[in-house]
Design a binder for this molecule. Structure first.
Ligand SMILES: [Zn+2]
Length: 415
């Protein structure tokens, strides 16, 4: 199996890079000289010399195995969802996605869109009034608070009583059913100090937050930095060029941003300083391009965990290493998607984790949105699958196990 995989990958890379160059206006064109004879003109027309990367839709000629998985093998906990951000309070879409959860065998979703403070119950009401057992809620710290968004000097997080107030908000939300905290990538790449510099992830001012979560047994789901390619120049060597050319604002190259290594190291210093607090590092600790480093971190920090959301594209292009990693660290990996997504995308998660299918898409989008490649399944052993799908989440996230059992019953009735 392994040889076949590597070979297919090679062919794809050759097919998608061979003969393509970046022209000065950043459109990719075939590197052919102007044709000389009529015969060459004809050939060049069928070769479509003017093809641009954005129009390139190669169809694989492989007749590989296609395992149709319509749902997960075991009832799943999805620890990374955005039911506030993506649904914007739309109750119909919420209910429709709960139906999709039933179809796909997703028992409980962790919504990361709660807000600490007075607004905490807005999000819990939205989810719990009708679907109490299907959601647990993580909340975000309100850095701006009563301040003005465009004037960091006025933000709550720079007031002397900030740490104390947030601790109070955490304790209050904890009584109302809070299961953890969520930190966005803006923490390190967006939020500012009064002098306009970016706030530091390991600033001592945030220590009371980490400490309190440790005391209350609330895990922190933290998104730090972004894919490695987003910190490099958007040029012809950038493997995410296609995506960055559509979203230039996703690039963190230059412009005064800290390096990716600096951000990840600052996050790791916080994890080291607070061994009693559990950290779920989003998107494979945002370093799936370098699984060896992630493995070293997991060895070094027993309170560190990772989750898979929106990174099967990265893991699935290195199936041997990914499989080895997921088996070795089966107690430290949680399942996540970053959804709610269209149902087709969910099936790619099942297919990636459960089958040995080769060279399939990782997204329902016609043009792969996170790197111009396809992926391979890692066919995990069932015991590993069970840990990643639900057992690790049950162990880590307060309130989850009871809901999970009730959700399983609900799903059985709905079937
Ligand atoms: Zn997310």
């Amino acid at each position: 199996m392994h040889n076949k995989l590597g070979f297919a990958l090679l062919i794809f890379v050759a097919a998608t890079t061979g003969g393509l160059i970046v022209s000065s206006n950043q459109n990719l064109r075939t590197a052919q000289q102007p044709p000389q004879s009529n015969r060459q003109v004809q050939e060049s027309n069928t070769r479509d010399d003017g093809l641009q990367l954005r129009d390139f839709r190669p169809r694989s000629m492989l007749k590989g195995r296609t395992t149709q998985l319509k749902k997960a093998r075991y009832p799943v906990v999805d620890v990374h969802t955005h039911f506030g951000f993506r649904l914007k309070g739309d109750q119909q879409r919420r209910d429709a996605f709960v139906d999709a959860m039933n179809r796909h065998n997703i028992a409980v979703c962790v919504s990361l869109d709660g807000q600490l403070g007075g607004a905490f119950t807005d999000h819990t009401d939205f989810l719990w009034k009708k679907h109490k057992n299907r959601f647990v809620v993580f909340a975000r710290v309100d850095w701006v608070g009563r301040g003005k968004r465009d004037d960091p000097k006025t933000w709550d997080c720079h007031r002397a009583d900030f740490g104390r107030n947030v601790v109070e908000q955490i304790r209050d939300a904890h009584k109302k059913g809070l299961s953890g905290l969520k930190f966005l990538k803006q923490f390190g790449l967006g939020y500012k100090n009064p002098d306009g510099s970016l706030i530091k992830i390991d600033d001592r001012r945030w220590d009371p937050i980490w400490k309190t979560c440790g005391e209350l047994g609330l895990p922190i789901l933290i998104h730090t930095a972004d894919p490695a390619a987003f910190f490099l120049p958007t040029d012809k060597t950038n493997e995410r060029w296609e995506e960055l050319s559509r979203h230039p604002d996703w690039s963190f190259h230059g412009r005064g941003f800290p390096s990716r290594e600096e951000l990840l190291a600052a996050r790791n210093r916080v994890i080291a300083r607070h061994p009693r607090t559990k950290f779920i590092c989003a998107h494979m600790a945002n370093n799936p391009e370098d699984l060896k480093s992630v493995a070293q971190w997991l060895e070094k920090y027993p309170n560190m965990y990772v989750e898979l959301a929106s990174r099967i594209g990265e893991l699935g292009r290195q199936p041997y290493s990914a499989r080895e990693f997921l088996i070795e660290y089966r107690d430290r990996v949680l399942f996540g998607t970053d959804g709610p997504w269209p149902e087709l995308r969910l099936t790619y998660y099942w297919r990636f984790l459960e089958t040995l299918d080769e060279y399939f898409p990782y997204s329902e989008k016609e043009f792969p949105p996170q790197g111009f490649w396809r992926i391979y399944g890692v066919g995990l052993p069932r015991a590993v699958l069970a840990k990643i799908y639900f057992q690790n989440a049950q162990r880590l996230i307060p309130g989850l196990k009871a809901k999970y059992e009730l959700a399983k019953k609900e799903m059985r009735i709905k079937k």
